[in-house]
Design a protein around this ligand. Sequence first.
Ligand SMILES: C[S@@+](CC[C@H](N)C(=O)[O-])C[C@H]1O[C@@H](n2cnc3c(N)ncnc32)[C@H](O)[C@@H]1O
Length: 214
Amino acid sequence: MTDDLLTYENAQDYITSLVPPREAELMEMEAYAEEHGFPIIGPACGYYCYQLARMIKATSIFELGSGYGYSTAWFAKAVKENGGGVVHHTVWDEELSQQARSHLVKLGSADIVKFHVSEALEALRQTEGTFDIIFNDIDKEAYPASLSIIKEKLRSGGLLIIDNMLWHGRIFDKTDLSPATLGVHEFTKQTTQDNDWIVSLAPMRNGMIVAYKK
Ligand SMILES: C[S@@+](CC[C@H](N)C(=O)[O-])C[C@H]1O[C@@H](n2cnc3c(N)ncnc32)[C@H](O)[C@@H]1O
């Protein structure tokens, strides 16, 4: 029975094996995440974000919760190849922001990245204009309250990308009533039940929702 071979792990390994070779700096960032247990989106989701940004020719991207810049690096690569623009990096930790800056300098993308050391939603509120893509990777308990400002700051025809929507399988545990798990459930409901969005969940790594704003 080949169905036995279609496991979550086999699928993840296979999907990751399809990601083309990438810059040594990106691979060093992946190795750092592995070594320090830092939750980056990883190569398959990174490449997916890059693909989505290329597909809609995004030139303005706002990231909420950017860590040391791994996801930023994928978005910045797309924006550069789209002809230039801006990617906003937000994290509330100065040291992570500095780390991100150093990686993006090495990748030759720092010139198009704007670094905010701030609470991410506050930075979004205070930044003028609307965006082609908003990427949400902040603490999960804060997901539900983030949607109204995201909706306001995303252009029509733009993409909201949200990480961790399978939440390490915790969404299947009915006894898990932690604020983070409830935040993931609530945010999923808010986007999938709102007719202004066209939504799908890609079961890649920890699950990524892509929501197209009509
Ligand atoms: C999951 S990690 C980001 C990983 C990054 N997106 C990547 O894939 O490379 C989330 C980061 O954002 C920070 N963070 C979480 N909630 C935040 C918020 N509301 N405002 C600013 N930073 C936040 C966390 O401390 C952490 O450094």
